[in-house]
Design a protein around this ligand. Structure first.
Ligand code: FAD
Length: 383
């Protein structure tokens, strides 16, 4: 079967989801990743039903591997930081599965990457290839890498290279992401230590006294561990990292006025990781000729709606649907504009909505986010 030659820059969640979706569609896909190998960094990813439904369509192997290591929170609960008053409680698990076609799952980031990587031919991932220069060619595009190697005559180049995307810079000019003035702490504790706390099998968000301040907790590693994610305003810390340690004392200090049940979570932490949070404004265009963006390369967002990875997976699915059955480079630009038309409004709305940190604070209808079906949503007519 004739197929497109597709290069994907970046083997993160978005890049590997796209690699699987496009490979299943019969295209000739190669992924270029700057790292030497997959690293077990980060900790959690909270996958809401829309993200799980999109992942499930990538194949039985991925769906099973994700469920084998994920936890399945019972509810999504909001509490007030000092009184502990419950302001909303949404059933997730079985009810979400009935309502949205998939449950909420919480999984170690590395386990999700491993599930995606194992389903894709290993020889089609080229590690230690850092894309540096994107050059148009007659009827296609070429990428040059930091080691002077290159990939040429690609029909499509997908920029899935994260918030500092070089593909994005090649398309629209270089522009640095913006520091939000907010930092995030992440810790994992054995559930045994905190199992006396209420609703430890649920996703619980403690809403702080100001919009940047929150503590989120949910089960990880099939419930053996409990993940703690806390954010606060802090202008003086600018380092963006998945691996830099923070101070447990500093963490506890920020939340000293919180309810005893919230403080008990922080008391259980031995170590914590710290990162500054960056974002960008929505882009007016996502595609240009044979170049196209997805995930954080396109719409990096604050983590308050837990949709960064989810929307990256949705992008991957819709991109594969727009390129399905195509075999000629001449058809690519219109197909990529169709993808942009399909995805831009939703992702931008979530990107901007994530800034406010108000999502489901006092209940409300989650359907427009959780009920989206990337595999079934009607595509706009081809141009
Ligand atoms: P990335 O994960 O950034 O992957 C990009 C890949 O490209 C990397 O492997 C990188 O090495 C590679 N790369 C970069 N440049 C080059 C180059 N020049 N050449 C070759 N390779 C390159 N989202 C959720 O859905 N749920 C959550 O609970 C959640 N929690 C979060 C918590 C925090 C603290 C943060 C910061 C984010 C969170 N997110 C969450 C967002 C989520 O992590 C991101 O949106 C998601 O990882 C984006 O995936 P991506 O594949 O687009 O980009």
């Amino acid at each position: 079967m004739a197929a497109l030659r597709i290069g994907i820059v970046g083997a993160g969640i978005g890049g590997l989801a796209a690699a699987n979706a496009l490979h299943r569609g019969g295209h000739d896909v190669t992924v270029f990743e700057q790292s030497q190998r997959f690293l077990r960094v980060g900790a959690d990813i909270n996958l809401t039903p829309n993200a799980v439904r999109a992942l499930d369509g990538l194949g039985e192997g991925i769906a099973q591997a994700v469920r084998a290591s994920a936890a399945r929170p019972t509810h999504r609960i909001s509490r007030t930081w000092d009184t502990g008053e419950e302001t909303s409680r949404l059933p997730m698990g079985d009810q979400a599965e009935r309502q949205y076609g998939a449950p909420q799952l919480t999984i170690h980031r590395a386990d999700l990457l491993a599930a995606l990587a194992e389903a894709f031919p290993a020889q089609r991932v080229r590690f230690a290839t850092r894309a540096q220069l994107i050059e148009p060619q007659a009827g296609g595009v070429a990428v040059r890498f930091a080691d002077d190697s290159e990939a040429t005559q690609l029909d499509v180049l997908v920029g899935a290279d994260g918030i500092h995307s070089v593909v994005r810079s090649a398309m629209f000019g270089a522009e640095r992401p913006r520091f939000t003035g907010v930092v995030a702490f992440r810790a994992v504790v054995p559930t045994e230590r905190v199992k006396h706390l209420p609703d430890i099998a649920a996703f619980t968000k403690w809403w702080g006294p100001n919009p940047e301040s929150q503590i989120v907790t949910f089960p990880l590693n099939q419930g053996r561990d409990t993940f703690i994610f806390a954010t606060t305003a802090q202008d003086s810390w600018h380092e963006e990292s998945w691996t830099t340690p923070g101070s447990v004392d500093e963490l506890r200090g920020f939340y000293a006025g919180f309810h005893p049940d919230a403080r008990a979570l922080l008391d259980a932490c031995d170590t914590v990781l710290k990162t500054a949070l960056y974002e960008r404004d929505p882009l007016p265009h996502w595609a240009q000729g044979p170049l196209v963006l997805l995930g954080d390369a396109c719409h990096p967002m604050m983590p308050f709606m837990a949709q960064g990875a989810g929307t990256a997976i949705e992008d991957a699915v819709v991109l594969s649907r727009c390129l399905a059955g195509l075999a000629s480079a001449a058809e690519v630009p219109a197909a990529l504009r169709r993808y942009e038309a399909m995805r831009r409004e939703r992702a931008s709305q979530i990107q901007v909505g994530s800034r406010g940190n108000n999502w489901l604070r006092a209940g409300g209808n989650a359907d427009w986010v959780y009920g989206y079906d990337a595999w079934g949503v009607p595509l706009p007519a081809a141009a």
